[in-house]
Design a protein around this ligand. Structure first.
Ligand SMILES: *Cc1c(COP(=O)(O)O)cnc(C)c1O
Length: 397
């Protein structure tokens, strides 16, 4: 669009990043969303809120997570490759940074009941975890098909005390679970908070979740300065499902234009295979889950079922911030196929002794595709650990 937006990647007063964002919601949700829009910045910036959040991030989540120099990968690629170890967070991924923040917000809004939607179950587990911690009722909507496919995560949520409610309409997957959660919220506007798990949904969710995840880049800057003498790397690489770990890893570098931000989508069986989740390559502007962004759709606007070997990247859209970063060229969008991700996962495991989540493995593949210069410094956001993906990895042993 206009060049004046080029250096401004923050959300505007109406919840837009350039052309993308906003709050496209049923009228009956308006009071809930309006309350959040009016309150989220005020509450989250209160000193007492920040103090409680920082304490939980330190003592419960395990922050700061280390920034690890992966020596053997560095030798292979001829540049220092640092791994931001979100895999070491409590529950095994970055998602808890956001659920911890939102549960504290929900408490201050006087909410007694938490709802969430989940696909593979990772966000459901992170939500059930913080609800157990705070003693709040937790209801997680999950597609009936996903409940069958993700039995261990369903068991975790139940052990944590959450009620897992099957969504039985449509394709019985994530989008149907989201519809059920929205229906619940409409019916319980006063006592319920809806914890969305990525930088998607109506304003203020994309900005709110990005702020909670921005602790990732805040720590990277400090840690890099300590280790290299400069807080700026040449590249920050992160995988993108909805885009929350990438938003967190990019956040404090958005206005440092010398830092190349690389977002990695899932190409599935190949971008042109019809079985992919490469939203920026295949998507068009449209409205999904309450905001305007890029999404994979048919000519008449029906959402196309995405495919990726990793459940966390198997999403037909991306958050509006990422659509804006794509459109303005601030971030470079690349992709890795299922096969490339598997190969990268085994390589990282055997050179660094770290089994990455399948989602993160897509980001690692991109090391093979980028051309580096001698004094480049690369940071990869290691969004989660791979224990949850063992049944997939076992097929390739
Ligand atoms: C959920 C998940 C993702 C994808 O979600 P984003 O919102 O794009 O970060 C990536 N990695 C892991 C480990 C996940 O659990």
């Amino acid at each position: 669009m206009t060049t004046t937006q080029q250096n401004n990647f923050a959300v505007d007063g109406h919840g837009y990043y350039g052309d993308f964002g906003g709050a496209f919601i049923p009228e009956m949700l308006y009071p809930n969303v309006k309350q959040l829009q009016d309150q989220y910045l005020k509450i989250t910036q209160e000193p007492a809120f920040q103090q409680e959040l920082q304490q939980l991030l330190r003592d419960y989540v395990g922050r700061p997570t280390p920034l690890f120099l992966a020596e053997r990968l560095s030798v292979k690629h001829g540049v220092p490759v640092y791994l931001k170890r979100e895999d070491l967070c409590h529950t095994g991924a970055h998602k808890i940074n956001n659920t911890v923040g939102q549960i504290l917000l929900a408490q201050r809004l006087g909410k007694k009941r938490i709802i969430a939607e989940t696909g593979a179950g990772q966000h459901g587990v992170a939500t059930a975890t913080v609800c157990a911690l705070k003693g709040l009722e937790c209801i997680v909507y999950m597609g009936e098909k996903d409940i069958e496919r993700q039995a261990p995560n369903v068991a975790r949520m139940q052990m944590l005390g959450a009620t897992v409610v099957p969504a039985v309409s449509g394709s019985k997957t994530l989008k149907d679970a989201t519809n059920e959660a929205i229906r619940d919220w409409i019916n319980n506007p006063v006592d319920t908070h809806y914890i969305i798990g990525s930088v998607v949904g109506p304003h203020p969710y994309p900005d709110m979740v990005a702020r909670f995840q921005s602790i990732i880049s805040e720590e990277i800057k400090k840690q890099l300065l300590e280790k290299t003498g400069s807080e700026l790397p040449s590249h920050v690489i992160a995988c993108v499902g909805g885009g929350s770990n990438a938003a967190g890893a990019f956040y404090h570098f958005l206005d440092d234009l010398s830092v190349q931000l690389v977002a990695v989508e899932a190409a599935g069986c190949g971008i042109d295979s019809g079985m992919s989740a490469a939203t920026t390559q295949l998507g068009k502007p449209g409205i999904l889950h309450g905001s305007k962004s890029l999404l994979m759709q048919t000519d008449d606007g029906q959402v196309v079922e995405p495919h990726s070997i990793s459940a966390g990247l198997d999403y037909p859209g991306i958050g509006p911030l990422h659509a804006h970063l794509f459109k303005t060229g601030r971030a470079t969008f690349m992709s890795a196929t299922d096969e490339q991700a598997i190969k990268a996962a085994f390589e990282v495991t055997r050179t660094e002794g770290i089994i990455p989540a399948l989602e993160t493995a897509h980001a690692f593949h991109i090391l093979n595709e980028l051309q580096f210069r001698k004094d480049d410094v690369v940071v990869i956001c290691l969004s989660g650990r791979g224990d949850k993906d063992l049944s997939t990895y076992m097929k390739y042993l």
